[in-house]
Design a protein around this ligand. Sequence first.
Ligand SMILES: Cc1cc2nc3c(=O)[nH]c(=O)nc-3n(C[C@H](O)[C@H](O)[C@H](O)COP(=O)(O)O)c2cc1C
Length: 314
Amino acid sequence: MTALHTPVCDFLGIDVPIVQAGMSTYTTPQLVAAVSNAGGLGIIGGLGRTPDELRSEIRQVRELTSRPFGVNHVMCRLDPAAFQVTLAQRVPVLSLAWGRSEELTYQAHEAGMKVIHMVATPEEAGLVASDGADVIVAQGTEGGGHVGMMSTLPLVPLVVDVVGRVPVLAAGGIADGRGLAAVLMLGAQGALIGTRFLATPEARGRGHSKDVILNALGSQTLASSFYDDVMKQAWPGAIVRTVRHPLIEQWAERQQEWADAADQLRPSLEAAVAAGDLVLAGESSGLVHDIVPAGELVSRIAHQAKELLAKAGD
Ligand SMILES: Cc1cc2nc3c(=O)[nH]c(=O)nc-3n(C[C@H](O)[C@H](O)[C@H](O)COP(=O)(O)O)c2cc1C
């Protein structure tokens, strides 16, 4: 076992501890398969897909790879019919986030699936570990999309301490081998990465969203409840990190008014997201300097982490 090939790799049947986040409809079968074929774990985003669409995505991934892959479901917005598709298809890995469910974990285990569960606090980590999750993802607020309030640096070792022998993956702010090596030092056994995988040809962008990520500085993201307030969607414990955009900045100081103005603001918000002007992405956008095929990215991150870990061992 090398420093990079951690025990969770054997558990998940992967070569390197790099997991591509299941990012709703931003994932494609090509992205998922490319990551899995490169030795990482690709995850289909289940959120926002009908049961038929999800079934088709799973079928396409299976045509493109024979390696393990996963499907993500967001529990606070769960479509039970789509979840049943994931179960019936006996996908190798179920990825859960934003909510607890002993029952879903049990059902997945009964179907022979492994369960990885993302949390944003050490308290939640303890709970989902007792629900039977096989792997816990500790997601820091640096990440893109829906995130909690704690930063990756303290969150990961706190979660490691709470969950004992359950393997932990770190998420939030990791975009290269430096980040991966760093979280291994924190006690994580690998990394789950979202934003960096958006800047691949295989990811499904929105308009010029990939260019926005390429051009954004790490200091240019902002997390708030604006997105969910305007969309009128309940997402307990989460705020949404995006690259800064005038629409959000104009309203930044007027939080009291967001909910009241939601119906008026929603069309502009939806149009800005669809055009790729308003982009859900994390602070690691500042570390994204090229659009690179997802498989190459996995190799690049693994290679850099391996070199750093070898140097640290000298
Ligand atoms: C555009 C976008 C969409 C996302 N959608 C989901 C999702 O549907 N389900 C989920 O569990 N996490 C989702 N996430 C969060 C990721 O799972 C992950 O925690 C996060 O991207 C990690 O931080 P990073 O962006 O710094 O790599 C999303 C992230 C982004 C950037």
